[in-house]
Write a protein that binds this ligand. Structure first.
Ligand code: C2E
Ligand code: CA
Ligand code: CA
Ligand code: CA
Length: 275
């Protein structure tokens, strides 16, 4: 292709980098992202439907790349896993989120809890539980204000160690939430065996609530399932009032989505609590 367009340099100028070149460049740059302060957490409010109050936030990481601008976590978290950087990046995310939650509490604005995403690989690392303990000690955040979000696919990886890790986290007092519930390949058996606090209904089921042949029966069934197991249930990706009304009518506990707020910088969170 290089010879065909007659310009051997073109493929190497930064603007013209192909997707592979970009990926290689990003992977290299990720090693420096932490020390260069290029990572930033955004926070998305979680709202209790019955009272219309913000009771927590989900921390969502962003990478401000000097050349490419904001890079999505769906793009660079897998790279962090491939390179092993997920350990240091994951610890930074955890500490940043916990110290932010502590700082909101100290400002006396509200006692928000913070949900932190933990990727499958991160969950399998032996050091995770120790890291969580250390971070809570350093930031002095009470453990019940930290919720760990893992996906069903994390539970598939290595059941015995996974149960142990979950139980140890539970013993510390942190909460555990199953993210993207209903999209994994897991048997529902784990719901009885694992110490879970919350099911998070995936956005795909919320998207087409009003469509023909919709996911509405799946959503109502997940809500009923959660409640019958004494679990909390939260819907993600709520964008329209119709969806809120449906979820309210069906007694979903919590909601999160663009209808209430996009993920915002930490400084914008206090105004949500005073409403
Ligand atoms: P997720 O955990 O399922 O997060 C929800 C994603 O949906 C977020 O994208 C959020 O910004 C977006 N979202 C929230 N509400 C709405 C809505 O109403 N409509 C639409 N269209 N989107 C909405 P984001 O921030 O790009 O994160 C993508 C994924 O990257 C996350 O999916 C999560 O799996 C992963 N991720 C994000 N932050 C972290 C992190 O700190 N650590 C780890 N390990 N993974 C993370
Ligand atoms: Ca999540
Ligand atoms: Ca999710
Ligand atoms: Ca999702």
């Amino acid at each position: 292709a290089k010879e065909m367009n007659g310009n051997t340099y073109r493929a190497f100028s930064s603007e013209q980098m192909g997707p592979d070149m970009k990926k290689i460049r990003l992977e290299n740059d990720l090693y420096r992202a932490l020390e260069n302060n290029e990572l930033e957490l955004f926070y998305q409010p979680q709202v209790r439907l019955s009272k219309n109050v913000v009771i927590g936030v989900e921390a969502l990481v962003r990478w401000n790349h000097p050349l490419y601008g904001k890079i999505s976590p769906s793009e660079f978290i897998p790279m962090a896993e491939d390179t092993g950087l997920i350990t240091s990046i994951g610890e930074w995310i955890l500490e940043e989120a916990c110290s932010q939650a502590k700082s909101w509490q100290e400002q006396g604005l509200c006692s928000l809890r913070v949900a932190v995403n933990i990727s499958a690989q991160q969950f399998q690392r032996e050091c995770l539980v120790e890291t969580v303990k250390e971070v809570l000690a350093r930031t002095e955040l009470a453990p019940e204000f930290l919720e760990i979000e893992i996906t069903e696919n994390t539970l598939l990886l290595n059941t015995e160690e996974t149960v142990t890790t979950m139980k140890r986290l539970k013993n510390i007092g942190v909460r555990i939430s199953i993210d993207d519930f209903g999209t994994g390949y897991c048997s529902l058996q784990y719901l009885r065996e694992f110490p879970i606090d919350t099911l998070k209904i995936d956005k795909v089921f919320i998207d087409d609530i009003k469509a023909e042949n919709s996911s509405a029966p799946i959503t109502t069934t997940i809500i009923a399932l959660a409640h019958s197991l004494n679990l909390h249930v939260i819907a993600e990706g709520v964008e329209m009032l119709e969806q809120q009304k449906f979820l309210q009518a069906n007694k979903c506990d919590l909601v999160q989505g663009f209808l209430y707020s996009k993920p915002v910088q930490a400084s914008e969170i206090p105004e949500f609590c005073n409403k």
